[in-house]
Design a protein around this ligand. Sequence first.
Ligand code: 5GP
Ligand code: ZN
Length: 113
Amino acid sequence: MDCIFCKIINGDIPSTKVYEDELVYAFRDINPEAPVHVLIVPKLHIESVAHIDDSHHTLIGHIHSVAKQIAEENDISQSGYRLLTNIGKDGGQSVFHLHYHLLGGRQLKWPPG
Ligand code: 5GP
Ligand code: ZN
């Protein structure tokens, strides 16, 4: 499958790994929008939240626990951070392999543009 994040997970494209287990891979975004900008992706190729079904519930919950752990390891747990996933065209998704952005280390703006 011609998916850039599957290639990163497989090691075919280099990345700066911050976490890995049997279900999840996390790495630094190549174009960081904040001092901490990590992408957390399931190893299973799921296109987006719009493609999740009941069989993915444990995986999605696990991603949240991994996000919490990465935030603690990057010292943004106390200052706060944002965990988000873009879905489809209007959501601004550009890579169609489910991924969660973990952003922190500065005051983030709201609402988004
Ligand atoms: P999206 O716009 O789909 O929510 O987010 C995709 C993210 O993937 C963007 O923040 C972009 O900078 C990041 N990205 C795209 N290609 C690569 C890559 O080859 N390596 C890394 N580390 N990040 C990438
Ligand atoms: Zn993929």
